[in-house]
Design a protein around this ligand. Structure first.
Ligand code: NAD
Length: 258
């Protein structure tokens, strides 16, 4: 079997109802994994077609990752439906808030932290517990960080968001180190500018974002899917604690002024 195959594996993607999370769910299903998603909104109808398209099992659970109770309940339901199997977890649910640094309120920042940091952290923790209890030999957790944890992204007033993504990136090697003995690898992905609902509110910035990329365009969600499938699969078996930047070269260009 190809080292890229996820045949027989079970994956969980949070924030999988649309955007990057939906693309990750699709990529994992295409590689053969059964895929469950947690989200606060109903999934795009294309999610329901994955079963027929790729012959895998799919399920959606309404879960708010910022609520300990909701997350716990979601995992309980998921465990029952998927016979306690879990090999791959992609905590992707995230939000952004655009405010100047001097105007950020405590509450705004707390909302970001509770979803982007606490939600992600405890999703990864519950997933790891489930992987350990079922004795997976192929555990892979792929945390979704951002290019915004590497550079001050152009014209976006998102200092708090950048901080949450920095937290994701720096917790990654620490979690990876603790999980290595359980056959669980932990890596992160830092996408650049991706065309999703999150970036849709900045139509005036799209042209400058395109110019920032070496290839002259922003990413479609499918453009970042491959990095996730690679990190989920045995093709990346020797990689752990790392971050993969998928940004069209934005962070490698000296002229990007942020
Ligand atoms: P999006 O807004 O299209 O999707 C986010 C998804 O997360 C939605 O389905 C939303 O309902 C879900 N979600 C939000 N709060 C939740 C909660 N409390 N519980 C469960 N689900 C919740 O945005 P996207 O661009 O697809 O972003 C997905 C991830 O990718 C985020 O973590 C984001 O920070 C990251 N990212 C996006 C970009 C980009 O340019 N779009 C770049 C780098 C990183």
């Amino acid at each position: 079997m190809s080292k890229f195959s996820l045949q027989g594996r079970t994956a969980l993607v949070t924030g999988g109802a649309r955007g990057c999370g939906l693309a990750f769910a699709r990529g994992l299903a295409e590689a053969g994994a059964n895929v469950a998603i947690f989200d606060v909104i109903l999934p795009d109808e294309s999610f329901g077609l994955l079963e027929k398209e790729f012959g895998v099992k799919t399920a959606y659970y309404k879960v708010d990752v910022s609520s300990e109770e909701s997350l716990q309940h979601g995992f309980e339901q998921f465990q029952k439906d998927f016979d306690n199997k879990l090999d791959i977890c992609v905590p992707c649910a995230g939000i952004n808030r655009h405010l100047p640094f001097l105007e950020f309120t405590y509450k705004d920042h707390q909302d970001l932290l509770s979803i982007n940091v606490l939600g992600l952290y405890f999703t990864a923790q519950l997933a790891a517990k489930q992987m350990i209890s079922n004795g997976t030999k192929h555990g892979s957790i792929v945390l979704v960080a951002s290019m915004a944890s590497h550079i001050a992204v152009r014209s976006q007033l998102c200092s708090a968001y950048c901080g949450t993504k920095g937290a994701v990136r720096s917790m990654c090697p620490a979690i990876a180190k603790e999980m290595a003995e359980y056959n669980i690898r932990v890596n992160s992905i830092s996408p650049g500018y991706v065309r999703t609902e999150m970036t849709a509110s900045f139509p005036h910035l799209i042209e400058s974002w395109k110019a920032d990329a070496m290839n002259g365009r922003i990413a479609e969600p499918e453009d970042i899917m491959g990095a996730c499938v690679f990190l989920a699969s045995d093709a990346s078996a020797y990689m752990t604690g790392q971050d993969i930047i998928v940004d069209g070269g934005v962070t490698r260009c000296a002229n990007n002024e942020g």
